[in-house]
Design a binder for this molecule. Structure first.
Ligand code: ADP
Length: 546
């Protein structure tokens, strides 16, 4: 027997309909790419998104067509997303920080028909446009006054383009499993892989993301998505924020500490989210200026491990609660968040920080387990680590145009490629990427644990640990360090600092000081490049590890 409830497909544009109808005048502020800070609201965003939809249709864009965006976080980018998905086309966020050849590869693989682009990236695209035959038209996200001379195919200024329609248009209706968005993972090895979100997965994920033990969003919040919309589905903020009717503050192209601070403070932002690198810049800036964060209540930090010192500074110096989070492009992207269950809620000081080093527990909608290499489930004792596997309605089941990738296992689990522990209360902690874990004498050493320890040293700006082959132990950890400006340190000093905090056999056998550590386009340490750089490295003595 079927239930007797209404058939109400979970379509993403219903979110902006809801925001426009019940929170229509809620402020959405953007630092525009042209410069000035501009204000709008959900009612206006919906009205303009409808124009985008109508105009796309006039240009022949149809159900299932991919429309790329290469843009910063602004209200225009947001309304473009809703306009594209509102006719059943697919927003495809392209990360402008990728190498040009990767962008070419991704756009061709996705066969994007149109590209919406910020002024910042017009020159970049001009340099590769010859290699992007599928793109029929470039819409530059600006008005005619700021429109540059460009040889991009059929280029038009966005305001002029949507000005050609009246907005008297209705969203298209279709199955909730229809594709809505697309994002490629950066693919540190091999080619990037396309993840294709559906309307249903995005809507379910947005509900999940807003929950109290996730981002805990409400209409009383002022949310600033600092994480770009082109990173991992914008961490759902383009959906979960209007879903609850919270106000939105978009930082545009300026991500430096002072600019972020200006937006946080002027618009009384209560909630924000980004990778650790962004917060490092902000905290360094605040330390210099002595400014405080009186309005900010919560910050979600993820994408890579949040250093303990960062959590401590946010909480103890600025009174901002840190929510450490883990996720992946393949998971829409949220997987787990470190909010306090009753078992841990009474903790404070260092004991609380110990828990906050973990990536947290999954919300409803994400199932999780750890296994050994043969697929056997491992215990949740907080110590045993194994391959982290997940499943759920917002987890990918396949990559775009890739048949049978082994990470999608036959029994429906997705092998994340991360290595993790799970504690008795269900808190997961990432110890490594499976390809970065250091295998020493048959045992595993977590490079992330060692990196976290090393960056806790007051002279260390950034640290990476890689496994380097060793005649006796197969691999041993090598610590690569960037010191803070003007500091000097000895190898012994750093190793001594780590001594006693991890098992003796985990201690790095050597330390090398470098000026810079390579990063991926999403700000993560590029272990592969580091490993290549130290390919010919020789341990000071072959007995170093003994
Ligand atoms: P990309 O691989 O394109 O940079 P993703 O956002 O999909 O983008 O990367 C997901 C990976 O990032 C995870 O599999 C994990 O290795 C890492 N990651 C994400 N959040 C954290 C975190 N809080 N701590 C440690 N690693 C993290």
């Amino acid at each position: 027997m079927l239930g007797l409830m209404q058939d109400w497909p979970l379509l993403c544009h219903r979110i902006i309909d809801h925001a426009a109808k019940f929170h229509g005048s809620r402020r959405v502020v953007s630092r525009s790419v042209e410069g000035p800070i501009v204000e709008t609201n959900y009612a206006a965003i919906r009205a303009r998104a409808l124009k985008v939809a109508q105009r796309l249709e006039k240009d022949g864009i149809r159900l299932g067509d991919r429309v790329a965006t290469m843009a910063w976080n602004t209200a225009r980018h947001l309304e473009a997303w809703y306009g594209i998905l509102g006719i059943g086309a697919v927003y495809h966020t392209v990360n402008p920080r990728l190498f040009a050849e990767q962008i070419v590869w991704i756009v061709n693989h996705a066969e994007d028909r149109m590209m919406m682009v910020d002024l910042t990236f017009v020159r970049l695209l001009e340099s590769i446009a010859d290699k992007l035959p599928s793109i029929e038209r470039y819409v530059v996200l600006t008005d005619s006054a700021h429109m540059p001379q460009t040889r991009l195919r059929n280029a038009v200024a966005y305001e002029e383009w949507i000005g050609e329609v009246d907005g008297d248009f209705a969203w298209k209706q279709f199955d909730e499993n229809t594709a809505a968005g697309m994002c490629y993972t950066s693919g540190t090895t091999g080619n990037p892989k396309g993840v294709l979100y559906s309307h249903r997965s995005n809507v379910l994920h947005a509900f999940m993301a807003a929950l109290p033990d996730c981002k805990g969003l409400s209409s009383r919040d002022v949310v600033m998505p600092v994480v770009p919309l082109f990173h991992a589905n914008g961490w759902s903020l383009a959906f979960s924020t209007p879903l609850v009717g919270a106000s939105m503050v978009m930082p545009g192209a300026k991500m430096d500490g002072a600019s972020i601070y200006e937006m946080l403070n002027t618009y009384k932002v209560t909630f924000t989210a980004a990778v650790p690198t962004v917060w490092l810049m902000l905290l360094q800036d605040l330390e210099k200026t002595g400014q405080k964060l009186p309005y900010l209540k919560r910050v979600v930090i993820g994408g890579s491990a949040c250093p303990r010192a960062m959590t401590k500074t946010f909480q103890d110096v600025y009174g901002v609660e840190v929510i450490h989070a883990w996720g992946m492009t393949e998971m829409s992207p949220l997987g787990s968040l470190c909010t306090m269950k009753p078992e841990y809620a009474q903790l404070s000081g260092e004991a609380k920080l110990d828990i906050q080093q973990k990536q947290g527990h999954p919300p409803f909608g994400v199932d999780m387990k750890i296994t050994d290499d043969h697929g056997k489930e491992l215990p949740w004792d907080g110590k045993t680590f194994g391959r982290l596997k997940v499943r759920g309605p917002a987890v990918a089941r396949s990559y775009y145009k890739v048949a049978d990738d082994p990470v999608f296992e036959e029994d429906g689990w997705f092998d994340t490629g991360d290595v993790a522990t799970i504690d008795p209360y269900g808190y997961m902690q990432i110890t490594d990427r499976s390809k970065d874990v250091i295998k020493s004498g048959g045992e595993w050493i977590s490079s992330i644990d060692l990196e976290n320890l090393a960056v806790g040293h007051p002279k260390v700006a950034e640290a990476a640990v890689i496994g380097v082959s060793h005649p006796k132990w197969a691999e041993r950890p090598l610590l690569v360090v960037v010191l803070k400006k003007g500091e000097s340190a000895t190898k012994e000093e750093l190793i001594d600092f780590m001594r006693g905090k991890v098992a003796k056999w985990w201690l790095p056998d050597d330390v090398v000081f470098v000026d810079e550590i390579p990063h991926t386009a999403t700000g993560k340490i590029q272990k592969l490049a580091l490993r290549q750089r130290f390919r010919d490295y020789r341990w000071p003595t072959a007995e170093a590890a003994e």
